[in-house]
Design a protein around this ligand. Structure first.
Ligand code: TYD
Ligand code: MG
Length: 465
């Protein structure tokens, strides 16, 4: 027998405490503690027969080879495909397309698959599957929320891939807690992981995310599974981005790009073209940068808008898809090193297309977009730019410069402003090397002197710093 005792567990982060409190001592969430039974050690672990230790050379690595999903963008994020016996959690906001992509996955899988629908009726799933052309003889469907029934169905159907949609809506009747509670989610996930490992069966769980963007339910869920994927995008636009947040079998920095169409999600192999489709050239406050998502170069447009504000009010700063702290730093560098009156302007920046531009290489394009907006001077339409900006206004090189330049050249850009000591092998694009932000502004046709005068004519004190 294992020792059971009552604890209070935070529904946000999963931390357990012996006493109830209004606020979680670990993640500081309010009103998030609920009763939980803490078994001294998981009963399943205690009962399982022990495995013998073996020399590492005798371990069969073949077992952990990923199997392609048949969806290239998904394979890219997973580092080749799904590994037998692995458990993957797919998180994302409601309506983003989790059920859609997983039905497509099950339909493409070469052997028998099982879709456990704990949210939608069999009829609803069938209708959706018709739109997706996923009505395949090897795809089995189980509308069920009870975990023992789900496991019985796995025994009966003997699928080679199982999807449970979603982990928050299934429950084990032995656990006296509501579906979606920390206790249920954790217990069901634990048992499914056990089944997956025992059978060498890949399992994908759907998880809903909270308003704050974290996976709902306990953080412990992330530790229980092998892989956590996050499906993002704007529900009102068709673009969807898939990332691995955690991955035991490969790198986590690869990006998958999809487009939601009438017949399901379609992979977008040429994402740069998609990100630039709505771009208008000749508009002030826009710069294009070749950024890197994992191994993948992407051309992304950065936009900025500045508005002069009246004295006294601290101007607003808003950064969408870019790092707000980084924006503050760049504004200070522009003010101090290029003597631009950024402090008198409210500033909005955005990375177009729902991309998150948080790498250091985005510093220089942000600076150029900001100054272009400030001076109402558009940047040349055939120009790309990247580079990290230091506090002294100096430019530092960023990784994989030549891959970035090659992507820009492929997309028809003819000029690039890059940090002075970036590598030299470039073809098809004219490269301008600069040492400081000020030099970059001049190279882009934005004269900081003109800018400083523009600022001082707006307000004489701009140049006194
Ligand atoms: P869904 O997969 O149900 O999202 P989730 O499971 O993450 O909640 O996706 C629902 C949305 O996708 C819905 O707004 C309709 C849209 N959609 C399409 O545009 N095309 C399609 O082929 C399908 C199946 C859904
Ligand atoms: Mg769904």
């Amino acid at each position: 027998m294992t020792k059971m005792r009552l604890v209070y567990r935070c529904t946000q982060c999963g931390t357990a405490t012996p006493k109830w409190a209004g606020k979680c001592s670990s993640c500081e969430a309010w009103n998030s503690l609920e009763e939980d039974v803490h078994a001294g050690e998981s009963a399943a672990v205690a009962r399982a027969p022990g495995m013998p230790a073996v020399p590492i050379g005798e371990v069969d690595a073949q077992f952990a080879q990923p199997q392609s999903t048949g969806i290239p963008e998904l394979d890219r994020v997973l580092g080749g495909g799904l590994v037998p016996g692995s458990v993957t959690l797919l998180g994302g906001e409601p309506g983003i397309g989790k059920s859609t992509i997983l039905l497509q996955l099950l339909a493409q899988w070469p052997t028998r698959t099982l879709y456990v629908s704990a949210e939608e009726s069999a009829q609803q799933v069938r209708l959706r599957a018709e739109r997706l052309q996923a009505v395949q003889p090897h795809l089995w469907l189980l509308p069920e929320t009870s975990l023992p029934h789900i496991i019985a169905a796995i025994d009966q159907v003997q699928p080679q891939l199982v999807v449970v949609d979603s982990i928050q809506t299934i429950a084990h009747p032995d656990v006296p807690s509501a579906p979606g509670s920390v206790v249920q989610v954790r217990e069901c996930a634990h048992r499914l992981v056990g089944e997956a490992k025992r059978r060498g069966l890949p399992v994908v769980l759907v998880g809903h995310v909270t308003k704050e963007g974290g996976l709902a339910g306990p953080r412990v869920l992330e530790h229980v599974v092998d892989t956590v994927l996050s499906f993002e995008g704007d529900r009102h636009h068709s673009l969807r981005l898939l990332r691995a947040v955690k991955h035991r079998f490969g790198p986590t920095n690869e990006l998958g790009v999809f487009e939601m169409a009438g017949d399901g999600l379609r992979g977008v192999p040429d994402a740069s073209r998609l990100f630039l489709t709505d771009r208008r050239t000749g508009v002030a406050g826009s710069a294009v940068t070749p950024t890197l998502e994992g191994q993948r170069p992407l051309l992304v447009e950065v936009q900025a808008l500045t508005n002069k504000v009246n004295n006294g009010v601290p101007p607003r700063r808003s950064a969408q898809g870019t790092d707000p702290g980084r924006l503050a730093l760049l504004l200070a560098v522009l003010e101090r090193r290029a003597r631009l009156p950024m402090g008198q302007h409210e500033v909005f920046t955005s990375a177009v297309g729902g991309v998150r531009l948080t790498e250091p290489g985005a510093d220089l394009p942000l600076c150029l977009a900001l100054v272009s907006a400030l001076l109402h001077q558009p940047l040349p339409p055939d120009l790309v730019v990247f580079g990290e900006v230091g506090l002294a206004g100096e430019l530092r090189q960023v990784a994989h410069a030549s891959r970035r330049l090659a992507e820009a050249a492929r997309m028809g850009f003819t000029r690039a402003i890059v940090p002075a000591n970036s590598p030299t092998d470039t073809s098809g694009i004219q490269v301008v090397r600069v040492g400081t932000v000020t030099e970059a502004l001049v190279a882009a046709g934005l004269s900081p002197r003109a800018a400083a005068t523009a600022g001082s004519s707006e307000r004489a004190s701009a140049t006194t710093s």
